[in-house]
Write a new protein. Structure first.
Length: 295
């Protein structure tokens, strides 16, 4: 009986940790548009600089913070860390190119399928069955996102929409992969993703045209906020399921307009306010109920 109580307590504590870590990761990643806007460079250049600085920062932090050291951390992570890096490359590249070929609204609607797709992959590959309460929350979040982008939604472009599907597939697969291989170094995974991204974008980026201001702004993003936001979101898969992580990360759709108003005085349309309220309320209720159920 005592062992059962300890195991139950540990499970509840892990879920609370997972929700908290995901929210922190989402908060850091929601800052990306601010740095991108201030940097004054194209999407390809942004992706290149993010990848470059991430590939620099992650090995340093692994060496400083991981008692195994860089080489051992990579060796013990095995082949999944390379696959995770490639999936991160796929999701980032697909996202950038999708925005180039279709509307941002179309891209966001397709990306909102991430938690549902992660639930399917978790069931097929891990045998995890998503709880009904989680499915209800996922559907509610997706409705909120559709409302947010409904004001600018159009037919888009088949190629751009296909690239968004590719991006969300890679993202969901990566979350499921890291849920399965919990011992993979999350910093190494993000570091390899950054390295692959920098190499891929180097051929279309124009580093010689960057100003000092661009290097400094993207340095802060690429060295700290962006990679650690992704490290935290990947770390969360050790504690909660991939669909739950994907759903909570959708809070970025709410935070982005808030930052746009705070930093650039951009007033969001009513559809954004209404849809964002639904998303925020859903995630808050889910997070609170999860915590209460674990007390």
């Amino acid at each position: 009986m005592t062992n059962m109580m300890i195991n139950k307590s540990s499970f509840k504590s892990a879920r609370t940790m997972g929700v908290s870590v995901t929210l922190m990761g989402a908060l850091l990643m929601s800052l990306d548009p601010i740095f991108i806007r201030f940097s004054g460079v194209s999407g390809f250049d942004t992706a290149f600089l993010f990848g470059l600085f991430t590939a620099i920062s992650m090995p340093i932090f692994i060496q400083l913070r991981d008692e195994r050291g860089l080489i051992r951390a990579i060796n013990e992570s095995g082949w999944p860390v390379l696959l995770s890096g490639l999936l991160m490359l796929g999701s980032a590249t697909g996202l950038v190119l999708s925005i180039k070929h279709t509307s941002i609204a179309n891209t966001f609607v397709i990306l909102s399928a991430a938690p549902a797709l992660a639930a399917v992959f978790s069931w097929l590959l891990l045998g995890e069955v998503t709880k009904r309460s989680t499915w209800i929350a996922i559907v509610s979040v997706m409705i909120g996102i559709v409302i947010v982008v409904s004001g600018s939604f159009n037919s888009g472009n088949l190629i751009g929409d296909g690239l968004a599907v590719f991006a969300v597939t890679c993202l969901s697969l990566n979350q499921t992969l890291l849920r399965k291989y919990k011992n993979v170094s999350r910093m190494a995974s993000v570091g390899f993703g950054g390295l692959f991204l920098a190499f891929a974008m180097f051929f279309v980026a124009t580093p010689s045209t960057y100003s000092l201001n661009t290097w400094l702004i993207m340095g802060v993003m690429g060295l700290f906020t962006a990679p650690f936001g992704r490290v935290l979101s990947q770390t969360a898969t050790r504690y909660i399921t991939a669909p739950e992580v994907g759903m909570i990360l959708m809070i970025n759709t709410v935070l982005a307009p808030i930052w746009a108003f705070s930093f650039f005085n951009e007033i969001p349309p009513m559809t954004s306010v209404l849809g964002g309220s639904i998303i925020l309320l859903t995630i808050l209720i889910y997070a609170i109920s999860t915590t209460k159920n674990e007390q």
